[in-house]
Ligand binder design. Sequence first.
Ligand SMILES: CC(C)(COP(=O)(O)OP(=O)(O)OC[C@H]1O[C@@H](n2cnc3c(N)ncnc32)[C@H](O)[C@@H]1OP(=O)(O)O)[C@@H](O)C(=O)NCCC(=O)NCCS
Length: 155
Amino acid sequence: MEVKRLAPSDHLFAVEVIRALKSPDGYPIPSEDHLRHFLSRPANILIAAGDGGIPVGYVVAYLLDRVAGSRGMVLFYEISVAESHRRRGVGTKMIAELKSICRAHGVAKMWVQTNRSNTAATRLYSLTGAQPPEEADEVTFTYFWDSLMNPDPAA
Ligand SMILES: CC(C)(COP(=O)(O)OP(=O)(O)OC[C@H]1O[C@@H](n2cnc3c(N)ncnc32)[C@H](O)[C@@H]1OP(=O)(O)O)[C@@H](O)C(=O)NCCC(=O)NCCS
């Protein structure tokens, strides 16, 4: 099992990763140019797991600067492992790689969102060292595309 952060030169493999693991959920297959550009931005992290060159997992995360303080943060945006390869430590290995990137960048904090009902994710995050929110009433609001595109502040 190989786990690594993809570099811009890995853009062809990155297309395969997304095609195999994300596009079946209805997401379009990104172009090679898009992924080369995505991977060339230092803040964008795409970690992939491969089994004999076949993509079996990925993590997307973003390095963020803070307005006050020099140590940054990481938004751990998503993780997915192919059903055929779950419960084999792939998710744990990819998070270990992500944490090592955090250490290399002096990151102070990383967070990830999920649902309490997602037992696999909540156990994985706890076992890899993340703490659940202290406040049970924490909630996330999302401004979707239609709201962002509407100049009316109330829309
Ligand atoms: C969540 C997910 C990434 C876990 O990946 P994984 O490679 O199977 O995780 P690991 O093998 O490293 O599991 C580590 C530990 O997490 C826990 N765990 C993982 N999957 C579990 C499950 N389905 N049920 C209960 N515990 C689970 C176990 O404690 C496991 O250790 P163990 O197998 O020794 O008991 C994977 O299930 C997945 O892709 N799910 C669909 C996508 C998703 O929900 N992503 C998270 C959205 S926020």
